[in-house]
Design a protein around this ligand. Sequence first.
Ligand code: PLP
Length: 405
Amino acid sequence: AESWDQVPLAPPDSIFKLTAGYKEDSFPQKINLGVGAYRDDNSKPWVLPVVKKATQILLEDPNLDHEYLPITGLPAFTSAAAKLVLGADSPAIASGRVCSVQTISGTGANHLGALFLSRYYEFNGDKKVYLSDPTWVNHFAIFRNVGIEPLTYPYYDPKIIGLAFEQLLNTLKTLPPRSAVLLHACAHNPTGVDPTREQWSQICDVFLEKGHYAFFDSAYQGFASGDLDNDAWAVREFVKREVPLLVCQSFAKNAGLYGERVGALHIVAPTQEAAARVKSQLSVLARSEISNPPAYGARVVSLILDNPELFEEWKRDIKTMAGRIIEMRKELYRLLTEEFKTPGNWDHIVGQIGMFSFTGIRPEQSQALTEKAHVYLTQNGRISMAGLNTHNIRYFAEKLDKVVR
Ligand code: PLP
């Protein structure tokens, strides 16, 4: 029998390992700031009220069956999803240049987008993609899996705990023309640092000058600022200015549908005819990998997007989540600067956006927080703001204050 002796044991995924450590810990005040999922003020997962309503409608639908979806997904879902990210009045949608395919959440969209590029993008030399330094770690594996070498461009400057804008712009200018560059549409993971609109415009100028391809990853629309349109601004600006691009879209965070795996890949082509050819090939690729995507989550989301009342309710739910996170940022900032008078500058806590905050603490300080204070976070000092709440934030601030002193 095959012994599989040649298979090396892989290390466990660091985030999942962190969660396992947290679960084993019996300390009552333990805090999990590792995982990127929203939690309510009692540290519990939150089923959005609008999602409860939509699932109830589905449950009561006598015509609901469990047939396969089309290969490219539920048409009502993909078209509404395109409008959500590109804007209902998007010129690209109006001219039929957008091709949209339902995917296994944002990860699947990244994968399918990467796979498509590896097959059909006319790379300038070897197949390479440029990722922000740092980025969501899974980006590296996703591109490697399809034979595209991931390289990085400067993004975060630890000295200012902010955007390394000059280096970023200069690097984009020196990359070979027509390079594929991944951009986080909003709420950059893991730093929480986004370019300003003015900075986005300058980045867009360079993309146009150099003919770079923009691979947008949009995993947090609405979750960053609480406003869906605001968080899609950069993507829409690039579309308006006709940068060649694609968008990977996830409904995991903004609809709290993590486990349902609802997402889409949108490729904006130069012509309607090109979009049709692109879509035909995406369909071939999707067929060989998943045959067709899961139906349930796409049905839930399309009900919400297509019903004006449910859509308004969803926007309120998004504001609830984003609002709570923004409140936690303010409170943490207040505790550190006013109450504990923690040394250092903490402006970035309120300046950063979205689920995550880069605290700027060193790896050994992160480790001390975990080992001495039962606060679980990744070594890079990233904390999930959603893990903080009115009951645990003071404890966290006090312990953070201790480790930086
Ligand atoms: N892209 C980024 C930047 C993310 O942070 C995440 C999730 O953490 C994803 C994509 C994909 O998430 P999912 O596959 O759950 O939609």
